[in-house]
Design a protein. Sequence first.
Length: 95
Amino acid sequence: MSQESPVPDNRLMNPPSTPPQSNHGRTVAGWFLFWATCVGVVVIAVGAILFNKVTIGVGAGVVALGLVISIALRVMGLGQPTSKRDTPTVEDLQN
């Protein structure tokens, strides 16, 4: 009886060609989106408690504006790199 591999050959894992980002998402764009969303959700919650549609709308606007500004910050280079060119290679890490 031959011993079979627990994982079929077509499902073997290959290591990634480049290492993952080392900042774990801790960028200016990421933090801005986090805090804008926190503030917006608190405003939405206050609006829900007060049953005030205008306050809920303002909170939703704060979240939407935070998303737009975060995208702009990422485009300006303050977020995660988007291309393979910006990511370090194995050779960069060995030097």
